[in-house]
Every structure is written in structure tokens, then in C-alpha cells.
Design a protein around this ligand. Structure first.
Ligand SMILES: C[S@@+](CC[C@H](N)C(=O)[O-])C[C@H]1O[C@@H](n2cnc3c(N)ncnc32)[C@H](O)[C@@H]1O
Length: 228
């Protein structure tokens, strides 16, 4: 899939947030992890600094550090004012208020930007796109997809979701997706049909409560794993 940078708003989360969103145990951090649509999250950078193994994919990794940084700066004020205007839709717990949220996000994305060029050379940031990936079967233990599938249910079709999750189940033993809400804060209409589809295909599909909630009621993730 080709992507134009002006169609993407780069925005990224931290290792602490990934740990909570996906209920990651200390042992799970040692697995071979695929970060799916990681964008400018600092997850890969922070995990690598701690000696863990993460490979991140995102179409925006085609672009340079300066191009991604420019796009973050262009969108920052708009995103902050949107969150301020809609602050009742969010839980102010992990973040105390929109200003704290904005500072935290910038700090997170700064960590990503500082790691990006070296991580690209090391092959930790690859410009790949769902629904089709270059990896071999079961190359990863755990694929983590934060704020892409289900969140963009209006923009991305059911077929895209099914094909993408099928592909993630091919390359990884287990897939976790968070959140299960759309951008409007409603439960994605694809959650139930995806759960049925993959259960019928022989996978175990669980919906688990997690200790992270920023969008109101957005405190559930989906786990899909092989039965063998
Ligand atoms: C809202 S951001 C989430 C970033 C990160 N996962 C996080 O939670 O902080 C969504 C990301 O999905 C990426 N994306 C869009 N289409 C994609 C696709 N087909 N395959 C993989 N990533 C995609 C975007 O470029 C963007 O960086």
C-alpha cells in the first residue's frame, strides 16, 4: 500500500502505555514482538534500550525523520485543541489534563525520532503495511496492534480487518489488538464478527479487560491465538 504522509497524522504512545494496553507481563517483554502500525510510538526505542526485541512496521517508515517530525509539528495544535474540546470523552487518570497529555506525547515521539534513523539501519523499523507482510510463518511470538485496527472501523473495511488479522495470525503465534472502540468512542461493529470468524477458524479469541483507559470505556483488548 502506498501512503502519502499528508494523509497520516503521526501520533505515538510509550512503553508504559503499551504495557498497560496489552497487559504485558515482564516475561512477555522477552518474546519476539512485532509492533503493528507503531508509527512514532517510543515502544521500540524503549524496549530496545532495555535489551528486548521488537520489530515495528508502519508505512510512514518510508519517510525521513525530518518529514515525520514536520508532520507531528503541523498537527500538534489541532490535536491538543480537539482533546480540550472533547475532554469529557476521556478519562483523566493516566494523564492529569490535556496539557499533560500533550507534553507526554511530545516527549514520547521525541524518543522515537531520536531512535528512528539508527533503528532503520538496524532493521527495527520497516515500511510495511497490512494486510500483506513479508515475514515468514510464526516469525514472531506476539503481534501488538495499538490504535489502528477497530479504531479506524469507518475508514477500514471489515474485509481489511479480517485479512489483516489473518496475516498477523500467520506471522505470529498470538495477536493482541487495542482498543476495541472507534474514533467516536463507540464499540467497533467489527469486534463481534471478527471474534466469530476467528473462533470458527479454530483460533482462541478472548476479550480482556486491561488497566489502561483513555477513551471512556476503552479498556478492553482482543487476544487471538492458535490452539496448537
Ligand atoms: C494512530 S497511529 C498509532 C501509532 C501507535 N501504534 C500508537 O498506538 O502509539 C496509527 C498508525 O497506523 C499506521 N498505519 C496506517 N495504515 C497502516 C497499514 N495498512 N498497515 C500498518 N500500519 C498502518 C499509521 O501510519 C499510523 O502510524
Amino acid at each position: 500500500m502506498s501512503v502519502a504522509l499528508n494523509q497520516v497524522i503521526p501520533w505515538g504512545r510509550s512503553l508504559q502505555e503499551y504495557t498497560q494496553m496489552f497487559n504485558l507481563s515482564a516475561k512477555e517483554l522477552d518474546l519476539r514482538i512485532l509492533g503493528v502500525g507503531d508509527g512514532p510510538a517510543s515502544f521500540n526505542s524503549e524496549m530496545t534500550a532495555l535489551g528486548h526485541t521488537v520489530l515495528s512496521i508502519d508505512p510512514i517508515y518510508l519517510f525521513s525523520r525530518a518529514q515525520i517530525e514536520g508532520r507531528i509539528e503541523e498537527n500538534y495544535d489541532t490535536l491538543i485543541s480537539q482533546v480540550k474540546q472533547n475532554s469529557d470523552n476521556f478519562v483523566w487518570d493516566f494523564f492529569s489534563d490535556p496539557a499533560h497529555w500533550g507534553r507526554f506525547r511530545l516527549e514520547t515521539m521525541r524518543k522515537f525520532l531520536e531512535d528512528f534513523e539508527v533503528g532503520k539501519v538496524q532493521g527495527r523499523y520497516l515500511p510495511e503495511s497490512l494486510p500483506s507482510l513479508s515475514f515468514t510463518d510464526c516469525q514472531f511470538d506476539l503481534a501488538l496492534c495499538s490504535h489502528l485496527l477497530f479504531l479506524y472501523s469507518v475508514q477500514l473495511s471489515f474485509d481489511f480487518h479480517r485479512d489483516s488479522i489473518q496475516e498477523l495470525c500467520r506471522v505470529s503465534q498470538e495477536v493482541r489488538i487495542f482498543p476495541l472502540l472507534t474514533l467516536n468512542g463507540e464499540k467497533s461493529p467489527y469486534v463481534a464478527p471478527i471474534q466469530s470468524y476467528f473462533s470458527e477458524a479454530g483460533f482462541t479469541v478472548d476479550i480482556c479487560r486491561v488497566p489502561y483507559e483513555f477513551q471512556k470505556d476503552g479498556n478492553e483488548m482482543m487476544r487471538i491465538h492458535r490452539n496448537d
